[in-house]
Design a binder for this molecule. Structure first.
Ligand code: GDP
Ligand code: MG
Length: 297
């Protein structure tokens, strides 16, 4: 587990050794299932994820939880509240919990998360669960990485409205109305159904699952919905399409990042080049020249 945690830190920094690691792991790596949980702070995502971990451990599955926060520079330990909540799994060798931040890391969170998922696959994890911690872009980042995106709502006033604003209706594969022990949960589900009827029809109709995470209620139904969505992806050929598209995107992103690093380095190492750039004001030509140079190395 220590080795895994250390390696994920290298991935976050996009350390060059990651490439060698990728080569070494490629052949025997299996692909874990990836479910992402997103929703406004306080809706009970951490509690739900904890309940799902319990459910999966009951089925002898190994689980890794990555809490992703694009706004946080902090990585490594879980945030205090979540650490306490997750404590009952702390000594379980088949559960790995890690928070991942992005600020200050090159290449953004989704690149690091994807590489981390590959690593977890190589370490034999059956399931990876992503939980968004921050607000804003994190929902979309999770949807870009997860096979199944679970959007968590609660009966509390305001949640549903916020969600539509963030365009989250489009990325949801499964809706959860958590805190269904509170008044108003039926209304939230009804509102959701009404909104889905107005939205353009999708091949996959996101189910709405009622849960009480604090009492482990509805978790089995929730996980069945995730598994059903996964089967849909496989059967429709969408899973293969997604994998292909994501590998292409990822490659383009990594290539852009490598090029950026090289350009910065070249301008630092070659004062003549930097001076000419300043004189001529020709960033395009200079960039092309640097890339050509590198190609011949
Ligand atoms: N009544 C009720 N409270 C819940 C439920 N699930 C979580 N909570 C509480 O909601 C609060 C926020 O939960 P947390 O998991 O930290 O939310 P997160 O910010 O989305 O990760 C905590 O006090 C939880 O105990 C539930 O099903 N019913
Ligand atoms: Mg949380």
């Amino acid at each position: 587990m220590r080795a895994l945690a250390r390696t994920i830190t290298l991935v976050e920094r996009r350390d060059p050794s990651v490439r060698d690691l990728e080569e070494a792991l490629r052949s025997d790596a299996s692909t874990p299932g990836v479910a992402g949980f997103t929703g406004a702070p306080g809706t009970g995502k951490s509690t739900l994820v904890d309940a799902v971990v319990t459910h999966l451990r009951g089925k002898e599955k190994s689980v890794a939880v990555l809490a992703t926060d694009p706004n946080s520079p902090f990585t490594g330990g879980a945030i205090l509240g979540d650490r306490i909540r997750m404590q009952r799994h702390a000594l379980d060798g088949k559960v790995f919990i890690r928070s991942m931040g992005a600020r200050g890391h090159l290449g953004g969170l989704s690149l690091a998360t994807r590489e981390a998922i590959r690593l977890l696959g190589a370490f034999g994890f059956d399931e990876v669960i992503l939980e968004t911690v921050g607000v804003g872009q994190s929902e979309l980042e999770v949807a870009a990485v997860a096979d199944t995106t679970v959007v968590v709502l609660t009966p509390n006033l305001g949640d549903s409205v916020q969600m539509i604003k963030a365009g989250i209706l489009e990325i949801a594969d499964v809706f959860v109305v958590n805190k269904s022990d509170l008044d108003g949960h039926a209304r939230v589900a009804a509102e959701l159904r009404a909104m889905m009827n107005l939205a353009p029809k999708r091949v996959w109709k996101p189910p709405i699952i009622a849960t009480v995470a604090t009492r482990q209620e509805g978790i089995e139904q929730l996980w069945s919905a995730v598994v059903a969505h996964r089967s849909h992806l496989e059967a429709s050929g969408r899973a293969k399409e997604l994998t292909e598209q994501r590998l292409r995107d990822e490659t383009a992103e990594v290539a852009a990042e490598l090029a950026r690093r090289r350009a910065r380095q070249a301008l630092e190492d070659d004062p003549t080049l930097a001076e000419r750039l300043l004189q001529d004001g020709t960033p395009y030509r200079t960039a092309e020249e640097i890339l050509k140079r590198d190609a011949n190395r």
